[in-house]
Design a protein around this ligand. Sequence first.
Ligand SMILES: Cc1cc2nc3c(=O)[nH]c(=O)nc-3n(C[C@H](O)[C@H](O)[C@H](O)COP(=O)(O)OP(=O)(O)OC[C@H]3O[C@@H](n4cnc5c(N)ncnc54)[C@H](O)[C@@H]3O)c2cc1C
Length: 354
Amino acid sequence: MNVAIAGSGIAGGYLARLLEQRGISPDVYDGMDHDTHCRCRSCGWGVPGGIEMYLANVGLDFNEYLLESMSSMNFDGLVAKTPLCTLNKPRLIRDLARGTGLKKQNLGPEESEDYDIVVDATGITRAFLPPCRSDLALPTLQHRVAVESHGSECLEAGVYGNRIPGLGYLWIFPVGNNHYHIGIGGIGLVRLDSLLERFYQDSSRRFSFTTLCSCHGSVRVASPYYSTPFYCKKTRKDGTPQVIVGIGESIGTVAPFTGEGIVYSLECAKIFADSWPDYERYTNSVLARFAWMKKERETLDYLLSREGKSGPRLRDRWRFFCNARRSGIGLPMLEAFRRMGTLSQWVESPDQTL
Ligand SMILES: Cc1cc2nc3c(=O)[nH]c(=O)nc-3n(C[C@H](O)[C@H](O)[C@H](O)COP(=O)(O)OP(=O)(O)OC[C@H]3O[C@@H](n4cnc5c(N)ncnc54)[C@H](O)[C@@H]3O)c2cc1C
């Protein structure tokens, strides 16, 4: 059986390793034609410590990739303990691909005809599967900046909803050597660059910022439920059958409230490898495991709707609290309820796009 994996990001690279362990040698394709300085898709590189076990499964040592701990983070003024850190994602992607015989070109429709199974691990592009049944993407802008403190204070890691009008947030993730990823993501925001500039200006008494690189991106926050189908059957030109099956962000394994997709893409690839080659079992397992993403997506839909203008409902606030708890972030329940600031602010001023 000929298997191709299109995409050697986190999901595709990890799946290739898992399949190799099971005696299946896929051909892996990725043109890696990202117009970013790090030659990777735009990403904050923030992960929970729980990623360690996924890396260990394929013989990789988490400590080799660890950049900075984010054990203490600022959430709109409230400092909370977290299990989060940043990791060297470009290096991880490179190491996952090592030994898989990566072909440094994108898989096109012509070459894909050679394969019985084509795994669509192309992230937001979703190059092979039919469109999601109801897609939703969050536009982003991220800078890598060198930060110099004007005193003894260090720039804190944090996530801020209250600085951003609309359904969005700003993140500050340290990536080592006083470098930070500072980014903004938001639905309905048009001037992401001026929002980042405003943040630099507001902080300019305490810090100087030198922008090292800048990238626009987009993250699929549709949830797996609204990103079906996960697989489809086709007939090739020579009349033989072919299956296209998606993993990772191509099928929406991203937390809709926060845009976290690294660990969930690894988990999705593992579910697929464990169900190989039962596509129905795979679909059901992904939908069950990530059922909470459907609920978060429904909160976003509600807040984007006319009815949502009256503010988050109790269930939306509860989902927000569950999101923090799931990520191991120690936000007390009442604070989490109160700090659903991003969403409430958007509801109060939906047209305030800068
Ligand atoms: C600005 C931003 C910040 C983010 N920050 C975080 C964060 O801090 N933490 C977190 O957990 N998640 C974050 N995410 C989300 C996270 O980056 C993704 O969810 C995750 O990388 C998805 O992995 P993937 O392997 O499914 O897709 P991707 O990482 O997008 O990989 C897809 C690969 O497919 C390749 N490709 C595309 N078309 C083809 C083709 N035809 N043939 C072959 N290859 C192809 C691409 O080159 C790419 O390498 C962020 C996203 C954005 C946009």
